[in-house]
Write a protein that binds this ligand. Structure first.
Ligand code: MTE
Ligand code: MO
Length: 326
């Protein structure tokens, strides 16, 4: 296998992690200043506008009832950070790339095809999917395998609603999620870092857990493109990469699906990928994390919690060796 350069694959937060964020925030400010100056109508002006749009400027509001029982009361990450510091490799490898590039994603019309071991295979357009169950706001911690975390108010409903709706057959044991892969809309597909499309998967009982969220919005509005519009999953007790964005296909299978990160580096990313401070990534520790927004130079890292602080999922793994099934 290839030796990964620092631009390949997911990477730990080097001590320089803070710098890139500041750098692109500076760049953003610079662009804004330029736009405010004598550059109206120029290419720079265009660029600044595109960025503003990618930031979700006039966004569609989404009404949702708060679900405090399934929400953390920790301070929410600033919208600007949650929508400006992203992993969405289909739009580039740098944290600022998705915000800058994802404006090309066409989120309407959008259909999700539900296939495989179900009694009712179907294609659902984004509106029917959004209306399938009452929308809730749930504030979840998101822990990236790279060692940073955020707190995000998502809007959606338990994935179990959709699963029950399509009636899995007795053969269904896993659920596979596939992201759109369209070179015309996604400049990042030119990179060979992953074998596109981006595919993730869960065991059926994991997908049925009430915490697993079919997500259509965040911060009271539809998902910004860089966060996986128009529909993604959010699985808060697992590393962020399990939460596939911009999903076009949900397939129920008998066998464990092949997943993108596991496929690209099986020794680094397991199928389960539950957040586990006791199982280090081969290239870095997972014992602590940096909360985005708190990353001042002297700010201490936070301790990472087992299952990202969602101990109620432990029963899904009773009797399993979580070092082996990492
Ligand atoms: N299709 C797709 N989904 C993806 C990714 C990606 O590169 N492509 N990155 C994952 C990773 S590594 C993380 S941490 C989360 C980040 O979600 P956020 O940008 O909404 O915070 O999305 C996940 N889902
Ligand atoms: Mo991640």
């Amino acid at each position: 296998m290839l030796i990964k350069s620092s631009r390949d694959g997911l990477n730990p937060p080097l001590s320089s992690e803070i710098t890139p964020r500041e750098v692109y925030e500076e760049r953003r400010k610079f662009i804004a200043r330029m736009a405010a100056g004598a550059v109206a109508g120029s290419a720079l002006w265009e660029m600044a506008n595109r960025e503003a749009f990618a930031q979700g400027a006039p966004a569609q509001k989404l009404a949702a009832r708060a679900n405090p029982a399934l929400s953390t009361t920790e301070p929410r990450t600033a919208f600007k950070d949650a929508t400006g510091y992203n992993n969405f490799y289909e739009f580039g490898l740098d944290k600022g790339d998705p915000a800058e590039n994802a404006h090309t994603l066409q989120t309407r019309p959008w259909t999700v095809s539900i296939e495989g071991e179900v009694k009712k295979p179907m294609r659902l357009d984004i509106d029917s999917l959004t209306k399938l169950a009452p929308l809730e706001e749930r504030v979840y911690r998101l822990r990236c395998v790279e060692g940073w975390s955020m707190v995000i108010p998502w809007v959606g409903y338990s994935l179990s609603n959709l699963i029950k709706h399509v009636e899995p057959t007795g053969n269904a044991r896993y659920v596979e999620f596939t992201t759109l892969a369209d070179r015309k809309q996604m400049p990042g597909l030119r990179s060979g870092v992953l074998d596109w499309p981006y595919v993730e998967g869960l065991r059926l009982d994991e997908a049925m857990h009430p915490l697993a969220l079919l997500t259509v919005g965040m911060y009271g509005q539809v998902l910004p493109n860089q966060n996986g519009a128009p529909v993604r999953v959010v699985v808060p007790w697992k590393y962020g990469f399990k939460s596939a964005k911009s999903i076009v296909r949900i397939r129920f299978t008998r066998d464990q699906p092949k997943t993108a990160w596991n496929d690209s580096a099986p020794s680094e990313y397991g199928f389960y990928s539950n957040v586990n401070p006791k199982v280090d990534h081969p290239r870095w520790s997972q014992a602590s994390e940096r909360r985005i927004g708190e990353d001042g130079f002297f700010k201490k890292k936070r301790e990472t919690l087992m299952f990202n602080g969602y101990p109620e999922v432990a029963l899904l793994y009773a009797g399993m060796d979580l070092k082996k099934f990492f």
